[in-house]
Design a protein around this ligand. Structure first.
Ligand code: SF4
Ligand code: SF4
Length: 179
């Protein structure tokens, strides 16, 4: 680059607004198609652990005893596979940035106990309520989630086939590193 061109750029930059912003106080507009980060509606979570077992980077930890769902956002690659695996559909991609952090932290969410339907006195009266509760707990045919490792891997490969090549490669790399 010539001296004159460089001098012109330097001089011009004295009169321009800086390209950078004081993040997180100031924020630039979100790019179109931003995937954001994983969010959970804890009230609907049944602590089944499907997201934990399916995550390509092992960044989700479900603790049934402690009733907690935790995610290491520094490891998450936003592939979205856990969202498709969750039988209760309580995970989603929040199209916004996760809060800025200066330290490597794990977000831990407490999962509240779910109210069970009260037992009816007569068995016959209880039947419709029990059926409805069972249907709510059990994924429908279309939402059926693979339970064995082979089927899960096949489902993951099918999901990878639908991803953009660059993202698919990142997921494959993560899976290789996990194995
Ligand atoms: S988006 Fe992908 S990497 Fe992130 S928690 Fe879900 S399965 Fe794991
Ligand atoms: S798959 Fe869904 S319901 Fe199961 S533990 Fe994960 S978030 Fe909760």
């Amino acid at each position: 680059m010539g001296v004159f061109k460089l001098g012109k750029m330097t001089f011009g930059s004295l009169f321009k607004k800086p390209e950078t912003v004081l993040y997180p106080i100031e924020q630039k507009p979100k790019p179109v198609g931003l995937k954001g980060h994983i969010a959970i509606e804890a009230e609907s979570c049944i602590l089944c652990g499907m997201c934990d077992r399916s995550c390509a980077t092992n960044c989700i930890t479900v603790d049934k005893q402690a009733r907690t769902w935790a995610i290491d956002r520094f490891q998450c690659i936003q592939c979205g596979y856990c969202v498709t695996c969750c039988p209760k559909k309580c995970l989603h991609m929040d199209p916004d940035y996760a809060p800025a952090s200066t330290q490597h932290t794990v977000d831990v969410v407490e999962v509240p106990a779910q109210d069970k339907p009260a037992k009816a006195e007569k068995a016959d009266d209880n039947k419709p309520a029990a059926t409805a509760a069972a249907a709510a707990e059990k994924p429908s045919e279309t939402e059926q989630v693979p339970t064995n490792a082979k089927d899960r891997d096949e489902a993951l490969l099918a999901a990878i086939a639908l991803m953009e090549p660059e993202k698919a490669q990142r997921v494959r790399d993560a899976l290789e590193a996990r194995s």
